[in-house]
Design a protein around this ligand. Structure first.
Ligand SMILES: Cc1ncc(COP(=O)(O)O)c(C=O)c1O
Length: 393
């Protein structure tokens, strides 16, 4: 008799990749060009505080993204914190999603706001507008929505709800660099949008981020707040913070900007390959296409239905790891499960059934510009082989 454990072991052994493949990897700029860019810093000694490269990068990012009033930051988390402060969202309650990175609810907490979690849409994994209105109360100040994986939220529905109740809308657009919706930048919606340029992101300044403000006056307020509230040498107009991006990061960002479109195009080709190979596998669900969206392919999430696929998400995660393929369970656990939020009434699992289900089933596969198409093929081979072995055992 054949021992199924041996079959399983054979599948993993025969598909193991020689080197680990991670979920993402930054595309590095040419080192010679980067050192050249830095030479000017040795001449001027101007290392931070809105230097020439910082100013240049703000302008170029605005042009590239098709937005105005962009303010650079040292990271996306401080950018979020300041975006909320700039809109005076510093108390009461804000409705947000549990299916996001830790920074989203944490910036609310740091601003003295109680996060109120609302459930997500089963197809886009973004805040479900139908669930938001049920959570609005007399203390609600704003909606903090996330374009998860770069998929646009239902921005029109969110704005209608916000207008009806007099709420601000802030978008955590950490994943949405370059995404367009109905022909314009997704960053143009709401009262502010916030980007992250962390090393794991499609476009990176190593650490970094930006606020896209809604007017020039709003950008000025954001700029004061990110620079200790300093207006001039002798005037501090409010309790700001230090959120500045330095010149080394700006130089990195300027070079990254030259290659980011190519990075997106390479990812698009890899995403197509994944789709061709995985779309027909039983028990796997991929993100839907939306004709109104120009995506950036920052992530390639799959949803695993254990009953049809043959094994659970966690088992697939482990099997892939055994084959040297390092996937990530973004976003498991849900933020509503963190000990600091779990006691909130809105965090109860029965209030968030879709998010609970998605967090148990989601897996993000490797995707980045320099990932060879053959490796994507190999990842799909492993997933297919695991599925066949699982349903046969
Ligand atoms: C959805 C989301 N929000 C906020 C952040 C925080 O950005 P940063 O790491 O630049 O502080 C990240 C990523 O890191 C993120 O994925």
């Amino acid at each position: 008799m054949n021992d199924p454990t041996n079959d399983w072991k054979r599948v993993l052994d025969s598909h193991r990749l020689p080197e680990p493949v991670y979920v993402t990897k930054p595309t590095m700029p040419d080192l010679g060009r980067y050192t050249q860019e830095l030479e000017s810093l040795w001449k001027t000694g101007w290392l931070t505080n809105q230097g020439c490269m910082h100013q240049d990068l703000e302008r170029r990012l605005e042009q590239h993204l098709g937005v105005e009033n962009l303010s650079l930051f040292c990271n996306g988390t401080i950018a979020l914190l300041v975006a909320l402060q700039s809109l005076r969202i510093n108390g009461g309650e804000v409705i947000t999603t549990p299916f996001t990175f830790a920074a989203t609810p944490h910036v609310l907490h740091w601003n003295g706001v109680t996060p109120v979690f609302a459930d997500i849409d089963p197809h886009t994994f973004n805040l479900d507008p139908a669930r938001i209105e049920q959570r609005i109360g007399s203390n609600t100040r704003a909606i903090l929505a996330v374009h998860v994986y770069g998929t646009p939220c239902d921005v029109d529905a969110l704005q209608t709800i916000a207008d009806r109740h007099g709420l601000a809308v802030v978008y955590d657009a950490a994943h949405a660099f370059g995404v367009r919706y109905k022909g314009q930048s997704i960053l143009r919606y709401g009262n502010a949008s916030v980007l992250s340029f962390h090393a794991t992101k499609l476009y990176t300044t190593i650490e970094g981020g930006a606020v896209v403000a809604s007017s020039q006056q709003h950008k000025e307020r954001v700029d004061f707040l990110k620079n200790f509230g300093i207006a001039d040498e002798e005037t501090v107009i409010g309790p700001g913070i230090n959120g500045k991006l330095n010149e080394f990061q700006a130089a990195f960002g300027l070079l990254q900007l030259e290659t980011v479109d190519q990075e997106i195009a390479q990812r698009a080709a890899l995403a197509r390959l994944y789709r061709e190979r995985l779309e027909t596998l039983p028990g796997l669900k991929l993100l839907p296409h939306n004709k109104e969206v120009t995506p950036n392919h920052s992530y390639f999430p799959i949803l695993i239905d254990e009953a049809q696929f043959g094994i659970s998400r966690d088992a697939l995660y482990q099997a892939l790891r055994d084959c040297n393929i390092v996937t990530r369970k973004y976003f498991h656990p849900l933020c509503s499960h963190y000990p600091c939020y779990a006691a909130l009434p809105s965090a109860r699992p029965e209030n968030l059934p879709v998010a609970e289900r998605v967090a148990q089933r989601i897996l993000c596969l490797p995707i980045y510009g320099s990932l060879p198409p053959e490796t994507v093929g190999a990842v799909c081979d492993v997933i297919g082989a695991i599925h066949r072995a699982a349903v046969a055992s």
